[in-house]
Design a protein around this ligand. Structure first.
Ligand SMILES: [Zn+2]
Length: 737
């Protein structure tokens, strides 16, 4: 087969656009007949293949290559061109990725090594990064092979790491012991050919280039150099395939995966090498001219692949792109699968229907509890429905104005910023008549558009369920400056004609009926603060503890437990009342636990022991999470956990060795005493005595606010129990931090 596969050809052609069709139609008849013969002869004349062989030895310097092609690449990047026709085409359509997402529903990809997370560019964990990369690729090929081709038996591929085109391949252990780790360029998926251990370049299905940073720094796009490098390696693989007997029939295109420790994307590259001028005195120039005129280059947007826990986001666009590229690469080598993506996606539809019903059930429940209070929000603009994630929800852009209506009338909000925390998206916005006051805007998805995906459910928790919880707080008269305030909740009504029949329905318009929650205030998540500025100082840690304990106490008074205390869900607001002062607020109350059947969020780093063991909360669970959070913001080392068992082991070890108390003790003896107190309470049915600890914390924080009592005794930390002595100390000067 000329292209080795039929399905992917037709599918990728839609993505690649018309020029792909042109290049295919332009295959010369003799080349076509050459491949259609049963013998796997080299599809070029002897002279041409000698020329190609020469080129494979001459085109060896990635920098020279890049300097020859960078102008061409630059002008095709989104940051430099307003004309969409000039840009690289994406290799995949969104609906292809969506189908793959459905088909893989329920497929478990087990990843053994996590990608180390570093905030900074420096690279002190290269070995772990490469182990994670190799593990990730092996997990992908194994998972795809077992899902689509053969359930049992060894997948016929392995992963190995080269240094440069034509170099030998290494396992990570070999690279480390030979001192070659620093020179590895990435990891390749290679077909197992026979028992000999020699890895050959012409058996490479796909190559994952691994760089310290692949982004262009601004948008979600590849840097120019990432693309140049991918083309350089891609060209070599195509060339070596073409020259080899076994590789020649494997198709004339290659998928290059380009990754760093956070993001990833695909560059698909191919073309008819018989059109390459092999007699040029300037081979670099000839190759670049061939790429410009005869090759097909498609470039995907980049997206997050690993979250900051180091786990791959399997259901997200970033990873789905890599999965789909690998799927097509396997087809190139092993032929069409036993079950196609479309087939498996249909198989999943029963399950999907079932989950959709569960979603409806849940939202119906919420709406009933809401006493029909849904109001109308009108949207000013005609939104395009292009999803940038696999989202059924259109996104708002900075500067957009939306009109909201509540029982008091209409309010216009203008979007100021997009706030992306972990996987959840919200906006900061202001009303047009009061541009100085900022609100947080959560945009959900209409119940009938809820897809059975993890993303849709998390949206439901973020908007509908959070609305319910904040309403309950309001009804019960719970208010605290450390809790978010519900400003407005309602639904979107778009501009133009709306054909919906009933108030709860929605018409075809993408915005129709979308629920929106507006809260106050807007703050910066603690996860961002720690990533940007590092650990908290003593003063800040005490204030943080006091504020969150206050919010937990207020919520408990209405029998509400937060259930998801983690760095992403605490925000800091800077108030400027006379002096700069920070205020911490627990946000994201969608996972709150009201009654026994509610289950909290499971966070391997911050959930309480009881939550991990029973999927329920005990009275001190949120406070226990606060202790882990304090440990984290005070610079304690959080180990990455990959299972509930390891998360439980970590907690057991920490408490047994008093690691948390030791860490907090270096910051403040009061916090250390608080950790001891929580330790005595973990997992018991006894409530937290908020008042006594808030009194102690308040005294210290108020004291530091006056700016006269903070003394850091760096060397002579007193380890007496401040909690015990504070009652009689009479003044704050006796406190040590
Ligand atoms: Zn409508």
């Amino acid at each position: 087969m000329r292209f080795g596969f039929s399905l992917s050809d037709s599918e990728s052609m839609r993505g690649a656009g018309s020029s792909f069709r042109r290049s295919r139609a332009g295959i010369s008849p003799d080349r076509g007949s050459c491949v259609s013969t049963t013998s796997k002869s080299i599809p070029c004349s002897k002279r041409a293949s000698d020329g190609l062989r020469e080129y494979s030895k001459m085109i060896v310097d990635v920098e020279t290559f890049s300097s020859c092609i960078e102008d061409w690449v630059l002008q095709k990047l989104p940051s430099n061109s307003c004309d969409k026709k000039l840009l690289f085409k994406p290799p995949f359509m969104v609906d292809e990725l969506q189908k793959l997402d459905y088909a893989l529903d329920g497929v478990f990809f087990q990843q053994l090594f996590r990608m180390p997370y570093s905030h900074h560019g420096y690279d002190n964990s290269r070995e772990e990064k490469f182990l994670a990369l190799v593990c990730f690729l092996q997990t992908i090929v194994d998972g795809l092979w077992r899902t689509f081709w053969h359930k049992t038996g060894e997948p016929p591929f392995f992963v190995s790491c080269p240094r440069y085109p034509g170099s030998r391949f290494y396992t990570i252990e070999q690279a480390v012991s030979n001192g070659r780790l620093g020179g590895l360029c990435g990891a390749a998926v290679v077909a197992k050919v026979d028992s000999d251990s020699h890895v050959r370049w012409n058996d490479v299905l796909e190559l994952a280039l691994f760089k310290s940073d692949i982004t262009d720094g601004k948008s979600k796009a590849f840097s120019m150099l990432s693309i140049c490098e991918a083309l350089f390696y891609g060209f070599h693989i195509l060339l070596l395939r073409n020259l080899s007997k076994s590789g020649a029939s494997k198709g004339s295109s290659i998928y290059m995966l380009v990754l760093d420790s956070k993001f990833g994307g695909i560059i698909k590259f191919g073309g008819d090498l018989s059109r390459l001028d092999v007699n040029s005195c300037n081979p670099y120039h000839a190759v670049v001219e061939w790429i410009k005129n005869h090759a097909e280059v498609s470039v995907s947007p980049i997206d997050r692949v690993w979250n900051k826990l180091g786990n791959a986001n399997w259901g997200d666009v970033g990873t789905l792109q890599l999965l789909l590229a690998t799927y097509y690469s396997i087809i190139q080598w092993k032929g069409p699968p036993r079950k196609s993506i479309a087939h498996l996606a249909t198989d999943q539809s029963l399950l999907i229907q079932k989950r959709r019903l569960q979603c409806y059930g849940l939202s119906a429940q919420i709406q009933n509890g809401h006493n029909g209070q849904w109001e109308t929000i009108e949207l000013d603009h005609q939104s395009d429905q292009t999803p940038n994630k696999l989202s059924m929800r259109p996104n708002l852009k900075e500067g957009e104005v939306i009109r909201l209506e509540d029982s008091q009338g209409q309010v216009k909000f203008q979007i100021k910023d997009i706030i992306l925390v972990g996987d959840s998206l919200s906006y900061s916005a202001f009303t047009l008549d009061q541009p100085c006051k900022l609100f947080t805007l959560y945009v959900g998805v209409h119940p009938s558009r809820l897809e059975p995906s993890w993303e849709a459910m998390s949206l439901w928790y973020l908007v509908q369920r959070q609305t319910k919880i904040l309403n309950i707080m309001k009804q019960q008269g719970v208010s605290s400056k450390n809790l978010p305030e519900l400003i407005l909740s309602g639904r979107v009504l778009h501009s133009g004609h709306c054909s919906k029949q009933n108030p709860g329905d929605c018409c075809e318009h993408p915005w129709c009926g979308t629920p929106v929650l507006v809260t106050s205030p807007v703050g910066e998540p603690v996860s961002h603060i720690i990533a940007r500025y590092g650990s908290f100082c003593t003063e800040e840690a005490l204030r943080f503890c006091r504020d969150i304990l206050t919010s937990l106490k207020s919520a408990t008074s209405a029998n509400i437990q937060h259930g998801d205390i983690c760095p992403e869900n605490i925000v800091r607001v800077i108030s400027l009342n006379g002096r700069t002062e920070s205020l911490y607020i627990a946000v994201s109350w969608g996972r709150a636990v009201l009654e026994d059947r509610d289950s909290p969020a499971m966070n391997l780093q911050f959930s309480s022991v009881y939550a991990l063991q029973h999927r329920k909360l005990c009275p001190s669970s949120d406070t226990e999470s606060l202790i882990y959070l304090l440990y984290f913001v005070c610079g304690g080392e959080m180990q990455q956990q990959d299972s509930i068992e390891s998360a439980l082991r970590w907690r057991e070890r920490c408490w047994a060795k008093r690691m948390i108390q030791h860490q907090l003790g270096e910051v403040s003896t009061l916090l250390k005493a608080f950790a001891d107190y929580v330790d005595s309470l973990c997992g018991t049915p006894y409530p937290v005595d908020y008042d006594i600890w808030l009194r102690r914390l308040n005294r210290v924080v108020a004291c530091s606010d006056k700016g006269k009592c903070v003394e850091r005794l760096e060397t002579s930390l007193r380890f007496e129990d401040v909690a015990e002595t504070s009652g009689t100390s009479g003044g704050c000067s006796s406190f040590t931090y």
